[in-house]
Design a protein around this ligand. Structure first.
Ligand code: 0RA
Length: 658
């Protein structure tokens, strides 16, 4: 029997707040609520990850997740997210509205319990929701605790109710302000500047997540508006995300600008007990495999049991069907998982009751039973789809057979690289100026564009732990080539040899010779291009190096400002303007560095390589989808998306382009 909402709220109040009994006195409970909020404000990181941009955006996702839960439960189909002029954010949904009834056991309205008691949002209440979408399931009370103010509006039972909070504490009672024929919840909040040093929402980041949620929740409409004026006084953006095709639309979106080898994507759906599985897949004419996997709507960048189950099922189903239809002859060997990777684009989404997230960034699904469940659902579904549309099997097999042959060739190319290194004695390229330290954890490799900058870096470095690899020549665009061709490129081979850890399927993390790898290129268009090519190489073929936090972008200064004997380096235009405005003499001499080559070895060490002074940027793939898009657009074939991207980001690119 489903609980009534009253019972549910009572459960929430009792379990969530740790309130011992319905008769506990109000004062004690209020103190507990305050202690709860205080705990969140004291250690925000425990609840939202950090106090930087990530945590700031997490606040929005937390509120949106609550609305998505209403949609998953079948009560809402529209969510409006707005960044307001003052920088606050609101989320409106057309769900049931948070219950407003006075709740005797807690001495406050149910809504106030939801807003002030940790974990009381209904998320842990499996009777109300089969599955929760919340990342940590921390609940909207955490957002409330970390907001300077929060305004709540509820449309329910013919009325509209409002309440205001300040730093999590009610500033007004919940009161009925008028009639309303609507139903739903509106939450507007201003992140607290006592908690967040920078309060500036990125429309692109929020839009990326909203689009993803719209794909994953077929039929839900998510509207986004950014009411902040830009520098020219224009309203920046408004966007509506709605995909009636769900995961199939997601795969089509990922494959846009690429040639699909069959249309539309195969869609698979099923459930085993309380776990649901959805997947869509399509092959395109590239050589890259992309599997985007989600668990309870969270992007599991590090993969996990759902991804393993998917791969196994794909390989099994295709081989079985190929044998059955005699497209694969008796004496031919089975196609391997590797053979079937090339050109695969897939999205896998599972929903389960108690997800276990593991790995470096807690984005790897660990539940062991999920592997078998996904495998079984996808195997059945894919077999059925291939029987229903036998015409898609042949192009998949043709592609896989070609991939197998190419992999053979790649293996030979890799062996050749190995053999060549063996002749050198060590696995090291001649151009590498290695460091003397042999402990990878202490060692740094600077991959430097151009021989002259490479020369300065060699002279300027600390040769104990810093190695220099100067690059000259064209770097192959790995987005458009197979591994065998990639490995025949001199520059790439040199890099792979210097790193020592292999590439692609051969990657061996313990053989990595440097735990810090710096890409160092000029701050101009060519430099940006080379950096992107190198980033693409790492992202597509040695992603573990990025995941494990080994890859950095060196930040050489853009300006040198000299005033008398005093010299300062500036790493941004803003910094340079501030410094030159603050200098009282007009004799300050400003030099703009156009390239690394303009710095002498000493300056290069001082500004860019000295661990005490340098500014470095760690390469992180927080948003795999955005990264994939970026590389696909910057390096892919389609011209139109690239032009659009560059136009949309012209402002950010301008600094690089002088
Ligand atoms: C607790 C119980 C119910 C709904 C909600 C919370 C709820 C929370 C949020 C947050 C944003 N939008 C929301 N919509 C609903 C169940 C209500 C019922 O049984 O009527």
């Amino acid at each position: 029997m489903p609980e009534t909402s009253e019972e549910r709220i009572e459960n929430m109040a009792n379990s969530g707040a740790g309130v011992a009994s319905a008769n506990a006195d109000y004062g004690a409970k209020d103190i507990q609520v305050l202690e709860g909020l205080e705990a969140v404000r004291k250690r925000p990181g425990m609840y939202i990850g950090d106090q930087g941009a990530r945590g700031l955006h997490h606040l929005v996702y937390e509120v949106v997740d609550n609305s998505i839960d209403e949609a998953l439960a079948g009560f809402a189909d529209r969510i409006d997210v707005t960044i307001h002029e003052d920088g606050s954010v609101s989320v409106l949904d057309n769900g049931r509205g948070i219950p407003t009834e006075y709740h005797e056991a807690s001495g406050k309205s149910a809504a106030e319990v939801v807003m002030t008691v940790l974990h009381a949002g209904g998320k842990f209440d499996k009777g109300a929701y089969q599955v929760s979408g919340g990342l940590h399931g921390v609940g909207v009370s955490v957002v409330n605790a970390l907001s300077k103010w929060l305004e709540l509006r509820i449309m329910r039972d013919g009325g509209e109710y409002r309440q205001r909070y300040e730093r999590g504490v009610p500033a007004t009672d919940l009161s009925r302000v008028g009639d309303s024929s609507e139903h739903g919840t509106f939450v507007r909040f201003m992140p607290d500047d006592e908690i967040f040093p920078v309060i500036e929402y990125s429309a692109d980041t929020i839009k990326g997540r909203l689009r993803e949620l719209a794909f994953l929740n077929q039929g839900v409409t998510i509207a986004f508006s950014d009411l902040r004026a830009d520098a020219d006084g224009n309203i920046a953006s408004a966007k509506i995300y709605h995909y009636s095709g769900g995961l199939s639309s997601f795969v089509e979106y990922l494959n846009r600008g690429k040639e699909a080898i069959f249309k539309p994507p195969v869609y698979i759906q099923g459930a085993r007990e309380s776990t649901t599985v959805e997947a869509a897949l399509q092959y395109n004419d590239t050589y890259i495999e992309r599997i985007f996997a989600f668990a309870n709507l969270i992007n599991t960048i590090e993969g996990g049991t759902h991804v393993s189950g998917f791969r196994t099922a794909l390989t099994r189903a295709i081989n079985d069907e190929a044998r059955k239809s005699k497209l694969l002859k008796e004496k031919e060997p089975n196609l391997s998982g590797e053979d079937l990777k090339e050109g695969l684009t897939a999205v896998v989404s599972v929903k389960l009751l108690e997800p276990q997230f593991e790995g470096q960034t807690k984005t790897k699904l660990g539940n062991s039973d999920v592997k078998g469940i996904v495998e079984s659902v996808v195997y059945e579904g894919l077999k059925a789809a291939l029987e229903e549309q036998p015409e898609i099997l042949k192009p998949i097999l043709d592609k896989a057979v070609k991939a197998r042959q190419a992999r053979e060739a790649a293996r030979k190319a890799r062996d050749l690289v190995r053999r060549k290194s063996a002749i050198n004695g060590l696995d090291l390229p001649g151009k590498l100026a290695d460091c003397s330290n042999r402990n990878p954890a202490d060692c740094e490799l600077y991959i430097v564009e151009g021989d002259s900058a490479g020369g300065s870096a060699k002279q300027g470095r600390n040769r104990n732990f810093q190695a220099i690899l100067p690059l000259r020549g064209k770097i192959l665009n790995v987005e458009k080539a197979r591994l065998d061709k990639i490995l025949s490129n001199d520059v790439i081979r040199t890099i792979v040899q210097a790193l020592g850890c292999g590439i692609g399927d051969d990657y061996e993390p313990n053989k990595l010779r440097y735990h810090k790898i710096f890409l160092m290129a000029d701050a101009d268009v060519d430099g940006a291009h080379i950096r992107t090519l190198l980033l693409t190489l790492f992202y597509r073929h040695m992603p573990k190096i990025i995941e494990n936090g080994h890859l950095f972008v060196a930040q050489p200064p853009l300006y040198r400002v000299q005033e008398g004997k005093k010299v300062r380096y500036c790493y941004s235009e803003k910094e340079m303007k501030e410094i030159s405005a603050a200098s009282d003499s007009k004799r300050a001499h400003i030099q703009r560095y156009k390239g690394l080559g303009e710095m002498n070895p000493e300056q290069l060490w001082e500004t860019t390589m000295d661990p005490e002074n340098r500014i470095i940027l760690k390469v992180e793939v927080e948003d795999a989808l955005m990264a994939d898009e970026l590389f696909g657009i910057l390096m892919g074939d389609a011209v139109e998306p690239r032009r659009e991207f560059i136009e949309a980001h012209a402002r950010e690119v301008r600094n690089l382009d002088i």
